[in-house]
Design a protein around this ligand. Structure first.
Ligand code: NAD
Ligand code: ZN
Length: 280
C-alpha cells in the first residue's frame, strides 16, 4: 500500500499517523472528492452530455426549481442514474474500518459529509449528512418526505428510498416525470440542501459540536468553498485542534497544519494501516 506513495508522502503519512494516535477525538469532514474515485464527478468538474450547457450551481437552487421544476427534476433523475451503480472506493472503506476500530476503543470518531450519495453508509460508516440525501424526496411545499411513485408513505431509510427514488418500472431508468404531493399537490423535490437554503438543524449541531470538541479535524476531498461546512475547520482550530487536509489540489483553507496532497483513495488506506499498526 505504502509502495504506491512517493517517499515524501510516505514520511508525511507516518508523521500524521503518529499525530493521530496521540489524540483522542477525531472529526472528519468529507466532500465530493472522496467519491471521485468511485466515478462520481465532483461539483467543480464540468458537466457532461445533455447537461454540459448548465452549471450545477444554477440548477441546485430554489429559484431554479420555482422557475423550471421539470428541468431541475430531470437533472436530479439523471444524477441518480449516474450514481446508482457506484460503489465505495478504498477511501470510504478505510474510514469505515477506522471508525469501527475507534468505536471498539471508545474513541469518538465523527464523520460528517457534504455528499448526498450513500457510499459511506455502503462501506459501513455512520455519517452525518449536512447537505441531504440523493435517494430521498420530499414535497417542495409542505415538506413531507415522499417515498416511491406518488404515495405518501414516508420513510427515513436511505437504502429503501434509493430504489423508490427510481419511480420507473425499468431498473436503472430514472423517470423524468414530475411528481405531486398527495397531501397538498406541491411538486416533489429531492431532499437535498440547495444553495441559499439552511442546513438541517440537527445535522449542523452534530457537526458543530464534533468540530468544537475534537483534537484533530480532517478535511477530505472538499474545495472548502461552500459555507457553513467550510467553517467547521475554523471552529476546530479556534478550539486548538490540529487540522489535516487530504486533497490533491490546493484549497483556500488557511488553517491547515498538515496537507497530504494526494488522492484520498491512496492516502487513507495507507494512513489507517499505519494507525492500526501503531495501536496493535
Ligand atoms: P467540490 O466539487 O467543490 O470539491 C471537490 C474537491 O475534491 C476539490 O477540492 C478536489 O481537488 C478534491 N478532489 C478531487 N478528487 C479527489 C480525490 N481523489 N481525493 C481527494 N480529493 C479529491 O466538492 P465539495 O467541496 O464537496 O462541494 C461542497 C458542496 O457544495 C457540495 O457538497 C454540495 O453540497 C455543494 N454543491 C452542490 C452542488 C449541487 O448540488 N449541484 C453544486 C455545487 C456545490
Ligand atoms: Zn405537500
Amino acid at each position: 500500500m505504502l509502495a504506491e506513495l512517493s517517499s515524501e508522502l510516505i514520511v508525511e503519512v507516518q508523521h500524521t499517523a503518529n499525530l493521530l494516535v496521540s489524540k483522542q477525538r477525531i472529526c472528519i469532514l468529507t466532500g465530493a472528492g472522496i467519491s471521485a474515485e468511485s466515478g462520481i464527478p465532483t461539483f467543480r468538474d464540468k458537466q457532461t452530455g445533455l447537461w454540459s450547457q448548465y452549471r450545477a450551481e444554477d440548477l441546485a437552487t430554489c429559484a431554479a426549481f420555482a422557475r423550471d421544476p421539470q428541468l431541475v427534476w430531470s437533472w436530479y433523475q439523471w444524477r441518480r442514474q449516474l450514481v446508482s451503480d457506484k460503489t465505495p472506493n478504498p477511501a470510504h472503506h478505510a474510514l469505515a474500518q477506522w471508525q469501527q476500530h475507534a468505536g471498539l476503543k471508545n474513541q469518538p470518531l465523527t464523520i460528517i459529509t457534504q455528499n448526498v450519495d450513500d457510499l459511506h453508509e455502503q462501506a459501513g460508516s455512520t455519517v452525518t449528512h449536512l447537505h441531504g440525501h440523493l435517494w430521498r424526496n420530499r414535497c417542495s411545499q409542505c415538506g413531507m418526505l415522499h417515498n416511491g411513485a406518488n404515495n405518501k408513505n414516508s420513510s427515513n431509510s436511505i437504502t429503501s428510498n434509493r430504489n423508490s427514488a427510481n419511480n420507473s418500472a425499468t431498473a436503472h431508468h430514472y423517470n423524468e416525470e414530475l411528481l405531486n404531493c398527495t397531501d397538498c399537490g406541491g411538486y416533489i423535490r429531492p431532499d437535498i440542501v440547495w444553495f441559499g437554503e439552511s442546513l438541517p438543524i440537527e445535522a449542523w449541531q452534530t457537526a458543530e459540536n464534533a468540530a468544537a470538541n475534537c483534537d484533530v479535524f480532517i478535511s477530505i476531498g472538499t474545495s472548502s468553498l461552500v459555507y457553513p461546512a467550510a467553517g467547521l475547520a475554523q471552529i476546530a482550530k479556534q478550539n486548538d485542534a490540529k487540522i489535516i487536509e487530504i486533497n490533491p489540489n490546493p484549497t483556500p483553507n488557511t488553517v491547515v497544519d498538515v496537507t497530504l496532497a494526494a488522492n484520498a483513495g491512496m492516502v487513507l488506506p495507507a494512513l489507517v494501516k499505519q494507525i492500526s499498526g501503531l495501536l496493535s
